[in-house]
Design a binder for this molecule. Structure first.
Ligand code: EPZ
Length: 418
């Protein structure tokens, strides 16, 4: 097992291009099941969740290989319609294969995705969406679905990202057209729409709350470049805010991070966003200012995935910041670890009150989930002294070589065997 040694106390200085988005490439890989020819994907991050998705595609009979940041999928051999319990548990979002399996095979046998560090990850909205398209769902001893989907009206009770994606993927294979109301508006759904239409689908409305899909079209193979990862960018910007200095990032559409950039600006950072880059600068000798209230919300609200990294930066600031985490039940598992570094934070259910301190101090800390791990790395770079960060298996699910990225920004970081 490896750990990360991070030596804080010095400002960052550097720039890098942010790698491809985990939350875009995962649904796109599932969507490859709908193609009738080979698919080539560029800008794919090297992550354990991506490796897990490739394993599921192979088990379903596809050829799927990653060379560097390029993935090639040949779905012509796809024949299976079952995903093993082990594979379902290996990646929380394995449920995203449900829609494409029904669209292509008219049958799907999965299990509930594994319990998650963020609290329960229900899939009732996913199942309601495919029922609305006429598929039968039996939940005894797993999730067993039968029936070719038919176009229809899907009304999502919540703007769930995954349920929206599953509904789109199922609808692509349905006979007739489908309307998805109360759809999630996250940018990754726009990337999925662009990918599907590149292959010959007819999906419209991604980014709005109503998406329409013309079903029954045959999708060819094709080539596509995955969007940059806005949450990785938010994490690296949080590290710059925590440590001070100057950080320049490219490869992400900054309009997708407007709420995060606004918070960093309110905290006293200089934030400059252009089409081709965003730059954050902060004088380490001038304390960050607390931001009154940060409430997470579905896009275009403040992203729940950026809550932990931003909290890590604001743990050392002047004043108090109130966080309200509206999306998940258990998304403050980084708080006890920040407290070990000297932070002054009180949580009550989904609310966390951060009383800013002058400076954090290095400590031994452990990541309990993906974005909490990124947050602890950001906090460590702003702290005085050395931090030893474990639980890197969580971090490797969503950050490709976090230590290399931070070193490219001037941080003193290394990964060692424990
Ligand atoms: C996606 O998860 C992301 N994952 C998450 O990122 C992100 O935090 C989340 O969207 C919210 O933005 C991927 O895209 C792979 P949801 P997802 O369905 O689709 C409830 C990361 O760190 N809900 O939008 O699972 C659910 O409990 C990960 O990269 C139901 O009640 O999120 C939650 O409270 C973490 N029933 C809310 O909706 C359902 O059937 C939002 O969940 C589905 C969801």
């Amino acid at each position: 097992m490896s750990v990360m040694y991070l030596r804080g106390g010095t400002p960052l200085e550097g720039e890098l291009s942010v790698h491809g988005a985990k939350n875009s490439v995962l649904p796109i890989l599932a969507a490859c099941l709908l193609a009738r020819g080979p698919v080539v994907l560029h800008n794919c991050p090297r992550l354990t969740d991506v490796t897990a998705a490739l394993g599921i595609l192979r088990r379903l009979g596809c050829r799927a290989e990653q060379e560097g940041h390029t993935i090639t999928v040949d779905p012509s051999g796809a024949a299976g319609c079952s995903v093993s319990e082990e594979q379902m548990r290996a990646m929380r979002s394995s449920i995203i294969f449900l829609g494409p399996l029904l669209a292509r095979m008219g049958e799907a046998h999965l299990t509930y995705p594994g319990g998650c560090e963020l609290g329960p990850r229900p899939i009732d909205l996913h199942l309601a969406a495919i029922r609305a398209m006429g598929c039968q769902v039996n939940e005894e001893l797993g999730i067993h679905c039968q029936g070719r989907p038919k176009g229809g009206e899907v009304q999502l009770g919540l703007p769930s990202v995954g349920a929206t994606e599953n509904a789109i993927l199922c609808a692509v294979g349905a006979s007739g057209s489908t309307t998805i109301a109360n759809a999630a508006r996250e940018p990754e759904i726009g990337d999925l729409q662009s990918f599907l239409n590149r292959l010959g689908a007819e999906v419209r409305g991604a980014g709005s709350s109503t998406i329409t899909v013309e079903g029954g079209r045959t999708l060819s193979g094709g080539e596509f470049t995955v969007m940059g990862d806005r949450i990785v960018a938010a994490t690296l910007l949080s590290a710059g805010a925590a440590a001070g200095g100057r950080v320049r990032l490219s490869g992400v559409d900054w309009r997708h991070l407007a709420t995060v950039l606004s918070v960093l600006h309110q905290a006293g950072c200089r934030v400059e966003s252009r089409l081709e880059y965003v730059e954050l600068e902060r004088d380490r000798d001038v304390p960050l200012k607390a931001v009154p209230t940060i409430r997470t919300a579905p896009y275009p609200g403040f992203p729940t995935d950026a809550q932990a990294p931003i909290m890590a930066a604001l743990a050392a600031s002047q004043g108090c910041t109130l966080f309200v985490e509206t999306m998940f039940d258990s998304r403050y598992r980084h708080v006890p670890e920040l407290i070990r570094m000297g932070a002054d934070i009180t949580t009550e259910g989904r609310v966390a009150l951060v009383r800013g301190t002058d400076r954090l101090r290095g400590a031994r800390v452990e990541a309990a989930d993906l974005r909490g791990g990124g947050a602890l790395a950001a906090a460590a770079l702003g702290a005085e002294g050395t931090t030893i960060l474990s639980g890197l298996n969580h971090i490797d699910r969503g950050y490709e070589g976090l230590e290399e990225m931070l070193r490219a920004l001037g941080a003193d970081v290394e990964r060692r065997e424990a």
